[in-house]
Design a protein around this ligand. Structure first.
Ligand code: C2E
Ligand code: MG
Length: 752
């Protein structure tokens, strides 16, 4: 056989071998065979690692090694030293292939050439095999790594896509089990209400009989407990002997466990534990891997809690913690659907705190906020668990009553009013709380928006009817409400008219109660509407106050009233005291003093002829000095100041000493029952003696019967005003009586 053929066969045989060892063996056998050698060896790093042909005979290791170093003979069993040859193999490194042949025939150069070529082929084949092997391993590793990465990517992306927390935690537990090759995995979280205990929130590989025993545990138990304590990865390599392991797991022959802390924005909140029934030691890489899963769990938790917090924030009012409008509407919509299915009705109460703006403006937002919190708490306290109280912002609250009859809704409205009535102590100050409530009942087809709007409309009616009360919605109120928007536009236009417009004044005499002489008049604004006829101030003054039109309206009335006083002086020589009502916003307006001076000078009247009536609630709520300073400045101008509606607030009377007041007008609500109720009469008497002590003029308002007049006279009330004495009248009507005494029987014009 030719050398080339031999070499080709050699190559085929070697490369058919499966692994490096069989390659070397095949190579050695074929090489020896090709040159008729009886023995042979592969010598690697000075050791004969593979031999051929020695059978039971000892291997002459030293001689074989010597051949590698250049010797030309080696013993062959049964024939003594024989020609030998060694060929260098590049692979494995530092290795030779050695063959020896019995007899005297040296190896020919052709044989040596063939052996050299075979050695090279073998060496190359081994190198190729190694490369292939490495590649296969690399491929395997890469594929495995790829799978790990994919799993991680799935976990991470499910976190970032806001998958439900439970799903993400389950995925983390699965991933840790598979990547770490551990049979048992548990994710435990500290209880928010009791951080000494943990709950297992996700797990894998815990049998049914075991799970009940380990679902809840003391926070410091087991590997997880230790990871929480130390806030780092911990490994227990021998579970059976370690202290503080979990008994149930120990009894189930768990061998080892490793845990990493889980945190929420830097605070430890739990642990992720992996464990195995197979003995072993956790490597640094495995610890890193577990930590990474625990970090993923931390991220997922932080995200979920942030989302939950944001959602809560988005649906609740910051100040009171009550649901906000969005959540309320959502609940209302669902309630309406249920009501439709069950043929029940839903009630909505719309609740607005009376005179809240005044408190907020005058006592500051801090007090305003506390008042709102108190209102929120009390409103919510009047409800059943299934009902919803919400704050819509500002001073508006809404209540949803599911499965409620009208009678029940009315009783809740009544309960809320009584719950608010005692007032609240805010920052050491006693504040009255009143509210106006509108109630609307659902009908079959009603939408949430409509129901809310109807309750709102009814609330406006409650306000218009004097506040501190509730009103049931009636369809007629709706059109009234739409008119309101028109009224505002028309009122703006009426105020803008220069002179003799649709807004004019009527005058109600204020009389000395014993002589019935005219003491003065109160100027009351009237609006003669081109389409609706006369509109009462109770309707449009609140609109003007809400839209700040009141400042302009007030200024115009001040001028009209002053001009009228001057005219009466010119025509009758009488300096009639002229009272003008001033709203809160006017007191707050920096131009008020200039306006008053302009009115007085413009008309040419005496300053002390002008009385400015300011409602009790305006001065009562004032703590700052702005309003008080302005009133003092007005006093300096020379005008007189009266407190209007006195006795309706719950205020301390301290302000009377602080403010430069001349007159108290006792509110009609105190006067209306004086003839019937001895309690009310006593109250008015007390107010009168208080006024006397402070040197104030006292005027009883709203005297509309002779009995009231008599009662007031009996307790020494000096001055009064009311329909029984004289209704408000136009300047012309009043002039017909002037200058005569009001004590004479005069023809009274009809009340207007
Ligand atoms: P007020 O200042 O308390 O005015 C007295 C109100 O009581 C007047 O109602 C008057 O007509 C009414 N009245 C008089 N006698 C009796 C009586 O015997 N019984 C009853 N029940 N009521 C009586 P009016 O004119 O409708 O004014 C209502 C309120 O509108 C006033 O209450 C005042 O707060 C406000 N107002 C009227 N004119 C002006 C104004 O020019 N500027 C401002 N800012 N407010 C005004
Ligand atoms: Mg008045």
């Amino acid at each position: 056989m030719t050398s080339t053929l031999l070499l080709a066969e050699f190559l085929a045989a070697v490369s058919a071998a499966d692994d490096e060892e069989s390659m070397l063996r095949t190579g050695l056998e074929r090489a020896a065979e090709a040159v008729d050698a009886e023995v042979g060896a592969i010598v690697v790093r000075g050791r004969a690692s593979m031999t051929l042909g020695y059978g039971d005979a000892p291997v002459p290791a030293a001689e074989l090694l010597a051949v590698c170093g250049g010797a030309t003979t080696a013993p062959v069993p049964g024939s003594g030293p024989s020609p030998a040859v060694a060929l260098d193999l590049e692979h494995p490194a530092h290795s030779h292939i050695v063959v020896a042949r019995a007899g005297e025939h040296e190896f020919t150069s052709e044989e040596r050439g063939l052996l050299r070529a075979m050695a090279r082929v073998l060496s190359l084949s081994i190198a190729g095999n190694r490369a292939q092997e490495a590649e296969r391993r690399l491929n395997l590793e890469l594929r495995e790594r790829h799978q790990q990465l994919q799993r991680l990517v799935r976990v991470t992306s499910s976190i970032s896509h806001g998958a439900p927390l439970k799903e993400v935690l389950d995925m983390i537990v699965e991933g840790a089990a598979e990547l770490l090759g551990q049979e048992v995995v548990g994710l435990r979280l500290l209880r928010p209400d009791d951080p000494t205990r943990v709950d297992m929130v996700a797990h894998r590989g815990i049998s049914d009989d075991l799970i009940d025993l380990v679902l809840h545990a003391p926070a410091n138990a087991g590997a997880g407990g230790r990871a929480i304590d130390l806030n780092r990865v911990v490994a227990i390599d021998d579970y059976s002997t370690d202290v503080n392991t979990i008994a149930a797991f120990r009894e189930h022959k768990l061998q080892r466990a490793m845990a990493a802390p889980v945190n929420d924005q830097g605070t430890v909140v739990g642990s992720l534990t992996v464990a195995s029934y197979q003995p072993g030691t956790y490597t640094a890489l495995e610890k890193d891997l577990l930590n990474m899963f625990a970090e993923h769990a931390s991220l997922a938790l932080s995200d979920a809690r942030r989302v939950a917090a944001t959602t809560h924030q988005a649906l609740h009012d910051d100040l009171t913690g009550l649901p906000n409008r969005t959540l309320f509407l959502d609940r209302l919509e669902h309630a309406l659907v249920r009501a439709g299915q069950n043929s029940t009705t839903v009630a909505v109460l719309f609740c607005d705190v009376d005179r809240f703006k005044l408190v907020n403006d005058r006592l500051g937002h801090g007090v305003g906020d506390e008042l709102l919190i108190a209102v929120g708490t009390r409103v919510a306290g009047c409800l059943r668990a299934a009902d919803t109280a919400a704050r819509f912002g500002g001073d508006e609250f809404a209540v949803l009553l599911e499965e409620s009859s009208q009678a029940e809704a009315e009783s809740v409205a009544g309960r809320i009013l009584s719950a608010l009535r005692p007032g609240a102590v805010v920052q050491g100050r006693e504040l009255p709380i009143g509210a106006s409530i509108g109630v609307a009942m659902s009908t079959n087809t009603m939408k949430a928006d409509d129901l809310l709007r109807f309750a709102d409309v009814a609330m406006y009616r409650a306000k218009a009817l004097g506040r501190g009360r509730y009103e049931m919605f009636e369809p007629s109120m709706w059109s009234d409400m739409e008119e309101r928007a028109d009224l505002e536009t028309e009122l703006r236009a009426a105020i803008a008219q220069t002179s003799d417009g649709d807004l004019s004044l009527v005058f109600q005499p204020i009389l000395d109660l014993s002589t019935l002489d005219l003491v003065g008049v109160e100027a009351l604004v009237r609006w003669r509407h081109p389409r609706h006829g006369d509109i009462a101030p109770d309707v449009f003054v609140p609109i003007a106050e809400e839209t700040a039109l009141i400042v302009e309206l007030g200024r115009s009335m001040l001028h009209q009233a002053s001009r009228q006083a001057r005219e009466w002086y010119d025509r009758f020589g009488l300096r009639i005291m002229m009272s003008v009502n001033i709203s809160a916003q006017q007191v707050d307006d920096v131009h008020l003093i200039d306006d008053v001076i302009a009115a007085i000078n413009g008309a040419g009247i005496e300053p002390n002829q002008l009385v400015l009536e300011i409602n009790e609630s305006v001065v009562m709520h004032d703590t700052g000095t702005a309003a008080a300073d302005r009133l003092l400045a007005l006093k300096a101008v020379g005008v007189r100041l009266a407190i209007d509606g006195f006795g309706t607030g719950y205020s301390s009377l301290g302000y009377l000493k602080r403010l430069p007041v001349d007159t108290l007008k006792i509110d009609k609500s105190l006067v209306q029952d004086v003839e019937r109720s001895s309690r009310d009469l006593a109250l008015v008497r007390t107010v009168l003696s208080l006024g006397e002590t402070l040197g104030l003029d006292m005027i009883a308002e709203g005297i509309d019967s002779v009995e009231q007049l008599k009662a007031l006279r009996r307790i020494g009330c000096q001055q009064g005003q009311g329909l029984h004495l004289c209704a408000p009248m136009t300047a012309g009507e009043l002039e017909r009586i002037l200058p005569g005494s009001f004590g004479q029987p005069v023809e009274m014009p009809a009340p207007r």
